[in-house]
Design a protein around this ligand. Structure first.
Ligand SMILES: Cc1cc2nc3c(=O)[nH]c(=O)nc-3n(C[C@H](O)[C@H](O)[C@H](O)COP(=O)(O)OP(=O)(O)OC[C@H]3O[C@@H](n4cnc5c(N)ncnc54)[C@H](O)[C@@H]3O)c2cc1C
Length: 455
């Protein structure tokens, strides 16, 4: 039988969920009733949690943000469990990210989500209470060759129309503003002077988690292994979870949100997504792709100073200052023929020598002599279809919502994505930003939403 929530989801985009429906649903279905409310059960083990309204698979920035927005609005009327396989987050994209936020995208949805992301991190105390996200306001500087200058202009126009603030700079203007820059091969630059910069992704995750917990969400240590699917049904009704004591248990739910980052495609296969026929023949095209970050320092003259923007070079190599010393971080996505293996997070130092350093040295004389003093690698949750987030309902399972595939820009979009998923669940439609074009249905219907600014 279809659950009440599944019904709401299946008709969600047309009807929405009235607060009366929500209240009546929660009155009849409250799961962990106690005088003290939901928070009192926080310290119990996963075996104590057999049922919930919404289960979120993955407790990174996207999953934690979803739990935060759901509980912020629905409060005790909705029980939310977040299942996280590794509470140390040692391989999660969130904590290995470089925490950049920019408005310089080509798709309106990405621009709008990131404008909200910037607003959120700049005013984090309004949303998350006493938490310092260490936001550093610095523009992005995106450089373009003659061939790409027109696209840069068009993107900048759209970004400014949607509320971003950036300006186009000719090579001589670039030289005037940034004395360290070589502009021989540059035709145009776009410099953001508002709503861009970087922040501490760990702090954002911690803020989402602590607020969501305070509001009664349960973050549980457990790895989702499989789904319960009633025979011939178009709803999922439970997940089989491997708990930290190596026991397995089952958690029933009405709605499932898949926010498992780089592993999302693999988990979707457990629900036959991509293994079945008809609508189930389309896989969730999200897989891990390894990305390297290198930390370097320079003693060279005329090195980029503290006001230096995050600079994105013609080939996608980016660099920015890191901290108050003279450290910089840099990285770049490899081309599709040289994607590194993803079975570990080892760093390829040769990639720096052959692919990154030459670009840095060409752009700035002070980078001709640099010393690499650190490095790490992390996984992009890479959408092989069009390198963009997949946000919204699955086309077959009526109670499955997907929030993954951001391919390198998900940390800044996590506030908007969590809010969007909460709107789908509580209102039955997107209210703040219309993300319908980013739904899973675009994959089955082969409608790419390509973003030209992916690094
Ligand atoms: C090097 C690097 C630099 C980046 N720089 C930026 C940047 O500057 N700006 C930006 O916006 N984005 C950036 N990103 C991308 C950003 O980090 C991601 O898009 C974002 O963190 C994705 O969040 P998430 O919650 O979806 O994934 P994650 O943080 O990976 O969280 C998913 C969670 O799901 C859990 N999980 C997986 N499988 C299961 C299971 N079976 N059961 C239970 N839990 C499970 C995982 O343990 C993980 O904790 C960068 C990424 C990398 C790697």
């Amino acid at each position: 039988m279809m659950s009440k929530w599944a019904h709401i989801i299946s008709f969600g985009t047309r009807t929405g969920v009235s607060s009366e429906v929500l209240r009546s649903f929660s009155r009849n279905n409250r799961l962990f009733q106690s005088k003290e409310g939901l928070c009192s059960k926080r310290s119990m083990s996963i075996q104590s949690y057999r049922k919930c309204d919404v289960v979120v698979i993955g407790g990174g920035a996207v999953g934690a943000s979803t739990a935060y927005w759901l509980k912020k609005r629905a409060k005790k009327d909705l029980s939310v469990i977040v299942l996280e396989r590794d509470p140390t987050y040692k391989e999660a994209s969130t904590v290995l990210s470089v925490g950049g936020v920019r408005q310089q995208f080509s798709l309106p949805e990405n621009i709008q989500m990131s404008i909200f992301g910037a607003e959120f991190v700049q005013n984090s105390t309004k949303y998350l209470g006493d938490v310092d996200l260490c936001f550093r306001p610095h523009g992005y500087l995106v450089l373009a060759s003659e061939k790409c200058a027109e696209t840069l202009k068009e993107n900048s126009k759209l970004q400014n129309e949607l509320g971003a603030r950036n300006e186009l700079l000719s090579p001589s203007q670039l030289k005037q503003k940034f004395q360290w820059i070589n502009t021989d091969d540059v035709a145009l630059g776009c410099y953001g002077f508002e709503k861009e910069g970087w922040f501490d992704p760990w702090a954002l995750l911690a803020g989402f988690r602590s607020q969501a917990k305070e509001l009664g969400a349960h973050f549980l240590h457990g790895e989702v292994l499989d789904f319960g699917i009633p025979k011939s049904s178009d709803t999922l009704n439970s997940v089989k979870v491997l708990a930290k004591n190596n026991e397995t248990c089952v958690v029933d739910f009405d709605i499932c949100v898949l926010a498992a980052g780089a592993r999302s495609g693999q988990i979707a296969r457990q629900a036959n997504i991509g293994n079945g026929s008809g609508t189930l023949s389309t896989p969730l095209p999200v897989e891990p792709r390894k990305r390297f970050v290198y930390v370097f320092t320079t003693q060279g003259e005329n090195a980029p100073g503290p006001g230096t923007p995050l600079t994105v070079d013609l080939d996608g190599t980016y660099f920015r200052r890191d901290g108050m010393g003279s450290n910089f971080i840099t990285g770049r996505s490899p081309n599709q023929h040289t994607e590194p293996a993803v079975n570990n997070l080892d760093v390829d130092h040769e990639f720096f020598e052959t692919d990154i350093w030459p670009t840095l040295a060409k752009r700035c004389n002070a980078f001709e002599s640099i010393k690499v003093c650190g490095s790490w690698a992390g996984y992009y949750e890479y959408n092989t279809f069009d390198e963009n987030g997949i946000v919204g309902p699955h086309t077959f399972y009526k109670n499955l919502l997907i929030a993954t595939g951001f391919s390198g820009h998900g940390i800044q979009q996590s506030p908007a994505v969590g809010r969007a998923i909460s709107e789908l669940i509580l209102d039955g439609r997107f209210k703040s930003i219309d993300l319908s074009r980013l739904g899973f249905d675009r994959i089955a219907s082969n409608r790419r939403m390509c973003e030209s600014n992916i690094y």
